[in-house]
Design a protein around this ligand. Structure first.
Ligand code: TRP
Length: 431
């Protein structure tokens, strides 16, 4: 449940729809699903297993399993990836909180699609407001870890996540009956394979791994907390199916709305935030529905941010334990939260254009971090993880683990690395 809570988040509700929209719909979705099953399953199982067998977070797991420190740089790379991921994820979590407050104040009533778009664009230029909401998200996340109320949150999300799921189903059902609803579903499910380019394939891999929380050591940390008798295969399959279903459901809400209310599928990162308020306007009791939905979306985002921060806090505690200045959990939480306040603020100052020189290669920090993490760091992390288990973990360590069958090692040793390397080289136009 905890792993599912961490995996189901803004990736499925915010990122999935706009990336699908930018990449032409149907064919991309097939790639996304195939990739989640063929690469996702062995990789998710692998990360859980690395954590479970070592009982460590990403910092200690590689050394514990391979018996040498040669993979330590890789452990640090995963930590940098998670830090970068949080640097834009909190910004978007902040958007959810802002939209929750605005929905409660009935701001979106009677706005047409043009007005909704203008509204988001104005908000997106407002650095102080966005910073305040991002900081609220960071502080809330840090408080959960500080007061050690993870268990409580988990219990709460066991009720709230099914509620979110139910709402998504009801909304998707409602969308089918709209004028334009069917056009949206056709966009989503009618594949047009001419739209698949090497770059699109890499994006499908990146999106799939992003929504599955793969490639950055997060699932290692979760595996480390798993009880011995827990079955890794079943847990992984359940998690993957849930993530795919939630992603598809958000697509089935957003795209019918795109075509019914005159938005563009290639809108970009604001897609979910401009279409949803339009959807609620036409539903039963708009204020109540939209407030409940945005509240649940905030919870989904928070269960993800909590687990990201937990990954780093566990890492920092383990890494500093060997030094002269070991940090305890509370100190680590403060340190990570403080760094995140700085990096998220920089991200916001850059994307609002408030500080014009804060750019990398012509992109603002938000877009740069988002693309770098999704399309580069996560796939590289997943590749590294497969190579690590396939080639560097002595087989003896797996004895007694049913999962590490011959086929498993063949997939991690050969199939995943070769496929990922081909996809990389292909999208870099080298082959
Ligand atoms: N899967 C999460 C989502 O879809 C995002 C995510 C990626 C994540 N890596 C993670 C969450 C690591 C927690 C830990 O929103």
């Amino acid at each position: 449940m905890a792993a599912a809570g961490s995996a189901v988040g803004l990736g499925s509700i915010w990122k999935f729809p706009y990336i699908v929209g930018e990449n032409g719909g149907g064919a991309f979705i097939i790639l996304y699903i195939v990739c989640s099953m063929i690469f996702g399953l062995p990789l998710v199982m692998n990360e859980f297993l690395v954590g479970k067998l070592s009982g460590k977070s990403a910092y200690g797991a590689f050394r514990a399993l391979s018996g040498s420190g040669r993979w330590q740089w890789f452990a640090w790379l995963t930590m940098v990836s998670v830090m970068l991921l949080m640097s834009f994820y909190f910004v978007v979590t902040g958007w959810c909180f802002f939209y929750l407050v605005e929905a409660a104040s009935n701001t979106f009533a009677n706005m047409d699609s043009q007005a909704l778009m203008t509204y988001f664009r104005t908000f997106e230029r407002h650095a102080p407001l966005m910073t305040i909401y991002a900081i609220i998200a960071i502080v809330l996340t840090a408080s959960v870890l500080w007061f050690d109320v993870n268990k409580g949150i988990e219990r709460l999300s066991k009720i709230l996540m099914p509620l979110l799921f139910l709402m998504l189903i009801l909304m998707a059902f409602h969308m089918v009956f709209l004028d334009g609803g069917i056009t949206g579903l056709r966009f989503l499910f009618e594949p047009d394979f001419s739209k698949l380019t090497p770059k699109v394939i890499l994006e499908a891999v990146g999106l799939s791994f992003f929504t599955l929380s793969l490639g950055i050591g997060a699932l290692i940390t979760y595996g480390g907390y798993m009880p011995k008798e827990q079955n890794v295969t079943t847990t992984s399959i359940q998690m993957i199916v849930l993530v795919i279903v939630v992603s598809l459901l958000s697509g089935m809400i957003v795209f019918p709305a795109v075509f019914a209310y005159g938005f563009s599928p290639t809108e970009g990162p604001e897609l979910t935030f401009v279409t949803l308020p339009a959807v609620f306007q036409h539903m039963f009791s708009p204020t109540l529905t939209s407030v409940s939905f945005f509240a649940l979306m905030c919870v989904a985002a928070l269960t993800s941010t909590i687990s990201m921060m937990e990954v780093i806090v566990a890492f920092v505690c383990e890494a500093t334990a060997e030094t002269k200045r070991p940090l305890n959990r509370h100190q680590s939480v403060i340190l990570v939260a403080a760094i995140q306040i700085v990096t998220n603020t920089l991200c916001i100052l850059s994307m609002t254009g408030t500080v014009s020189w804060l750019t990398v290669m012509g992109n603002n920090f938000f877009d740069a971090a988002n693309d770098l993490v999704t399309d580069v760091l996560i796939p590289i992390g997943a590749l590294g993880m497969a190579v690590f288990t396939g080639w560097f973990v002595p087989k003896a360590r797996y004895q007694g683990s049913r999962v590490a069958s011959f086929i498993y090692l063949v997939i991690l040793r050969w199939l995943v690395p070769i496929a990922l390397i081909i996809i990389f080289l292909n999208s870099a136009k080298i082959i």
